[in-house]
Structures are given as C-alpha cells and as structure tokens.
Design a protein around this ligand. Sequence first.
Ligand code: SF4
Length: 278
Amino acid sequence: MSDVNRRRVFLDEIVLGPVWLRRDGGIALFDGAPEAVDIMPSQALAIDPEMSRPIANDSSAWPDNDNAVATLSPAPHIGIAATSPLSMDWPQLQQAAANCSACGLCHGRKNTVFGVGDSKAKWLFIGEGPGPNEDVQGEPFVGPAGKLLDNMLWAMGLRRGENAYIANIVKCRPTDGSGRDRPPSPEEVAACLPYLQRQIELIRPSVLVALGKTAAVSLLGLDPATPVSNLRGSVHLYSDLPLVVTYHPAYLLRQPADKGKVWADLCLVMSTYAQAGE
Ligand code: SF4
C-alpha cells in the first residue's frame, strides 16, 4: 500500500474524509475535523497553565484502570551514580534494561521491551507499558493497538523505525494478581523512568508524543488523576523538549468516537515540529 493510500485509510478510519490530495501526493486539506482546524500555529509551544486538576480518569491503555495510578515526581535530570542508567550509552542501557530487576515487574516478564525505532529519531512516541503481545515479542505496540499506532504514524508521513522511535514508561509488563494488564504503580514508574530519561537524552528528539495518561502524567510530573482531556490541545515541555498529549491507541480501540480528536492532536504535533524548525 502506498503512503498516500495508507494515510487515506487512517483518515477514513477516523472519519475525517474526504481527503484532498496535493499534486505531489501529500495531504493538503481534509474536511470534517473542526478540532484540527482550530489548532492555530500560535498554540504551539504555549505551555498549558492548568495541568494538575484532579479529575476522574479518562484514558489509559488498560481498560480496568479507573482506580489505578501511575505517576511520580517530575521527569528530572538528576545527579546519578556511575551505574545509573542516566550515565549509560545506548548499548549499556539496552543491556541494563534486559537484565534489570529494579522493580517487581521483572518477575513476571518474558522480555523487557526496551523500545523500537530510529535511535536518532526526531519523533518520540511514548506509551504506558508492554501488554501480553509486547511481552512475548519484546517490542512495543504490536497487535491491534500497534497497528493503529502504525496507521497514525503513516498519516503523519512517518513509519516505525524511520525517524520515529517508540517506547514505554515501563519496560516490563504490569499485571494484577489474575494476570490481567494494569497500569504501572508509582513505584514501578519511578524505578523504570531513568531508562526512558536516558533514552530521551540520547535520542534527542524534536517532539515527544505522550500516548495516554500514564505517559503524560509520568513525564510531566502531574497528579495521576489528571485526565488526558485536560492535557490535550496544548504543547507542554519535558525538560526543554515540546511534548504533546493524545490518547493511547488501546483506548481508541475501546472508544473509537475519540479518533477524530487524535487527528487534531497529531496536527498539533506536526505544527509543533514545523515550528521547531525541523
Ligand atoms: S519495569 Fe523497568 S525498572 Fe522494573 S524490572 Fe523492568 S526494566 Fe527494571
């Protein structure tokens, strides 16, 4: 399938058609996405001043997380010991994650899921944690949610492994006592986040995209009850990097009516990237 057709499939899927194509094959204009056209360039790089109101949960990769939580202190660049992930190069970091036992999630994993993609990518997409498919394959975002994320990437003119990197807040699969997926606990997030922090430092992307609440509140150091709906539509900052929040693809599979909002978020990501001069 060509890139243009792939983008058309995604845009059709999220009910934003018809798609108008430029003669060079790019997507020039689409109808039916009022939130997308509401995004003005002036919004980019403006930090949302309201980011910590505790409101009911609304978006996560996991379906049963209404009372679950994942957050911790803000994403800091902290002083580190010689053995900290924050002092490692890329191969050391991969090896350390593969052998990590810094939290209890190591006990149930089949594989650590370090991340996938271009280690020099300009676009970094960050989800919550591995699910069963990811745990088996050792790669983030496989299965139906991964397919939807791939379609989102294609709609932006990206693809997995080419100028895009995909990672998670935690690298081992969190499950409850019944073996069901759950969000990572604050302690698990705190234990694992240095790996992601170091990945971000080494990749130096131009734009971060937080997929779902756990990624957003963990990276921004917000109240865990902050809903994604409060965080969408503005450009936040992680360290000095712009960060845009959107829904997790797994959530979209459960709530397809929100797919149109995701396209608006992706438009904000693209305008932010353009304003960053990339
Ligand atoms: S989730 Fe992260 S901190 Fe916990 S064992 Fe896995 S790699 Fe280590």
